[in-house]
Design a protein around this ligand. Sequence first.
Ligand code: 0CN
Ligand code: SF4
Length: 317
Amino acid sequence: MANTEKRPLELLIAAPRGFCAGVDRAIRIVELAIEKYGAPVYVRHEIVHNKFVVENLRAKGAVFVETLDHVPDGVPVVFSAHGVPKAVPHKAEQRGLSYLDATCPLVSKVHRQAERHVAAGRHILFVGHAGHPEVVGTFGQVPEGAMTLVETEADAESVVAPDPDNLAFLTQTTLSVDDTAAVLGILKRRFPTMVAPGADDICYATSNRQGAVKAISEQAELVLVIGAPNSSNSLRLVEVAKRGGARAVLIQRADDIDFGWFDGVTHVGISAGASAPEILVREVVERLGTHFAITEREVATVEENVTFKLPRGLEAA
Ligand code: 0CN
Ligand code: SF4
């Protein structure tokens, strides 16, 4: 019996982790749209960046497409949590499509700030990652040329502003808190008159999940982050864990676990990105339990109680 005995492994489970209020709302919008209009309901882009969520909704009657061109006439379409350029609802209106906007209210807030800066004649420096749908959506709120992307500290040092005394900055919601502070530090030094909102636009869920991962990475040799490779906030959690001194890997679900990772490991941290459902966390914990004598300890850094209202017309569905 002795050599088949499982070796102990302590799991430090980050809290908060997983679904945020914006993801919860976006998924709910798709579900309610299917209830209200019947299947199929089209969704432009993955509603949130998680395959498991997308597959579940697909099974209920959602059809995921990347552009409105793939939405047939007469069928409702939902815009993803990451937001869309203004041209997208305009086009939907031109085609007479009914649409539901599942853009997270915290992303919409950045959109409105962008509009306000442009109306006030300011050029915007936008801190974010090129090509990410949220960045594409936010750039699409303002006329071409009104916003310049700053991705790195090097970009912040070299960016050329059209009118350096008439600037404002905005950021993507899912950035690294520490990296963004460094980038903004450079921008503020170079452009001291730049209009700055109270803080960056990194959302509560992003910063809280990073704070919790920082705490577990100080106590664990290995951190598993459950999330998708195209999920910005999940990728940032892996970076934070590495900076905290742990080895860290992004996994989509339990099947991705390589038991070779655990040699010499006694403490494993676990977290999940804002788009990763708790069921995948439980699946990972259970899988680890098949190999190790696990004990679970939740490491809670803050409590969250944010919820967002559903769009009008859906609450009653
Ligand atoms: O993973 P997500 O769908 O999106 P990103 O982290 O890539 O932006 O999580 C929801 C976040 C939003 C908006
Ligand atoms: Fe909204 Fe933040 Fe969640 Fe994105 S991660 S959906 S911005 S609350």
